[in-house]
Design a protein around this ligand. Structure first.
Ligand code: XMP
Length: 456
């Protein structure tokens, strides 16, 4: 797809993806490469500008030395970004500016720091560079992307058959709808309902894709199978492995009924492609699956990854352009193994049902308090602990649930969310009253690290 391209060369530091997202938000398409990328690969892509992002001034300058000098000779505008100590006093209004190099006329540098990178000053610098220095038009937006991809998918798929594992997560949902817009009933989606979803979730997924989008959706109700396999299992990694493997097995069985297909859809997104080093080797395929790897026994000829150029925010924006309901597009991250890793210890249907009720109440109250867009992820964990309580003057011996709520950028690190006490109080009261067999509610006040977001 032809749009203006800016190439970002990653010269160390941790900000290349963040800068890339800022560039995309400024309506310019960009790709991230390691700084040692072969010059021919970049030149062949005909970039309109280069951005070098590095760590400290010293490491940036060292790595920038390693960038193939032929790239400097392309004659296109270049911006070097490195990270300095706080060069502005806290609270002062000094705006970082582009500094033109004395030696190379098309090279500008700017020093940012950890504070500035998250502010509009950073956007201003990038905006100035893209529009004032590089004189770009800014032709990247999700409407255009949707239109062009649908056209390209139509050409690629022709009259062939496509198969997609739909989980109800954002990526697989957007990928499926995009392909459906391109080739309609040539796409079949398989939705494996493992019985580990949240309250009403399976029905919502089925309803959305079948009724609203009129898609070929096969829902497999495999709850019993999963619960049989999981009976008595307490080790977290074993649970994950069983769920992942069983998922593949159920998917394979259903796929077999459909027969040979030409394409299998993967919801791979751009961060997966960058992290896998694929941008270095030139291959764009990563065996990444939300639950557990690629199926071995599905007859398909090629993998199709329609979201591989997009960051998560862009996938959501594309979902909105495609009129996918907010409930799916704004969905908080949800692990592939689902509630299976939120019931601590052995999993039973009874425990899952208790957890589903408590989790439903938690989500309801968080939304009512207007916090649902502010907290990155929030959920209930059914701990394996029971404790003594009292209800209506009678002794109870029921479960303790833990509420988890975190703020995060990408799930790699997280801070516990400061949910107001009044909201927590309401949630606790409702859970102990309305959800069965729970007499104690605790709030998890641990960040990641040292804890992880999920308990298992
Ligand atoms: P942890 O618990 O490792 O989780 O701090 C980080 C983020 O990843 C999600 N998560 C998963 N997502 N499959 C997924 O697709 C999984 O197996 C899985 N395990 C954890 C978790 O919910 C959090 O957002």
């Amino acid at each position: 797809m032809a749009h203006e391209l800016v190439v970002i060369l990653d010269c160390g530091g941790h900000y290349s993806q963040l800068i890339a997202r800022r560039v995309r938000e400024a309506n310019v398409y960009c790709e991230v490469y390691p700084y040692r990328v072969a010059q021919e690969r970049i030149q062949g892509k005909n970039p309109k500008a280069l951005i070098l992002t590095g760590g400290t001034k010293e490491t940036y300058e060292k790595d920038a030395e390693g960038v193939n000098k032929a790239l400097f000779d392309l004659g296109i505008p270049m911006l070097g970004i490195y990270y300095g100590p706080e060069q502005v006093e806290e609270g002062s209004n000094v705006i970082p500016t582009l500094i033109q190099s004395d030696h190379v006329s098309n090279l500008y540098t700017v020093q940012l720091n950890a504070t500035l990178i998250h502010t509009t000053h950073c956007d201003d610098v990038i905006h100035n560079f893209l529009y004032e220095v590089a004189d770009l038009a800014g032709d990247w937006n999700m409407e255009a992307f949707a239109e062009k991809s649908i056209q390209a998918l139509r050409e690629k798929i022709g009259n062939k058959k496509v198969l997609c594992a739909l989980s109800g997560g954002v990526d697989s949902s957007v990928a499926a709808v995009l392909i459906h817009k391109a080739v309609g009933s040539q796409l079949t989606c398989i939705f494996v309902d493992h019985g580990l979803m949240r309250k009403h979730e399976g029905d919502e997924v089925e309803h959305t894709f079948k009724e609203q989008f009129n898609m070929n959706l096969v829902r497999v109700n495999a709850e019993d199978r999963f619960l049989d396999k999981l009976a008595g299992i307490t080790d977290p990694e074993t649970k994950r492995k069983i769920i992942g493997e069983e998922f593949i097995r159920v998917f394979e069985e259903e796929a077999k009924k459909i027969g040979t297909v030409d394409f299998l859809v993967q919801g791979t997104i751009y961060p997966d492609v960058i992290e896998s080093g694929a941008s270095d080797s030139g291959t764009m395929i990563k065996s990444h699956h939300n639950v557990g790897g690629l199926p071995d026994h599905v007859d398909f000829k090629e993998i199709i990854e329609p979201l591989q150029e997009l960051f998560k925010d862009e996938v959501r924006a594309l979902g909105r352009v495609l009129h996918i309901p907010d409930m799916l597009v704004d969905r908080q991250p949800f692990p592939g193994p689902g509630l299976g890793i939120r019931v601590i210890g052995d999993i039973t249907k009874e425990k899952l049902d208790i957890l589903r009720e408590a989790d439903y109440i938690y989500r309801d109250e968080i939304a009512k308090a207007g916090l649902d867009k502010k907290i990155w992820q929030y959920f209930v964990v059914l701990t394996n602990l029971r404790s003594v309580g009292v209800t209506d003057g009678k002794r109870t011996y029921h479960y303790t649930v833990a509420l988890r709520g975190v703020t995060s950028i990408d799930g790699m690190t997280a801070d516990w969310a400061r949910i107001p006490f009044e909201v927590l109080e309401k949630i606790s009261r409702r859970i102990t009253k309305e959800a069965p067999n729970i007499n104690r509610v605790v709030y998890d006040i641990t960040s990641k690290p040292p804890a992880t977001i999920e308990w298992e």
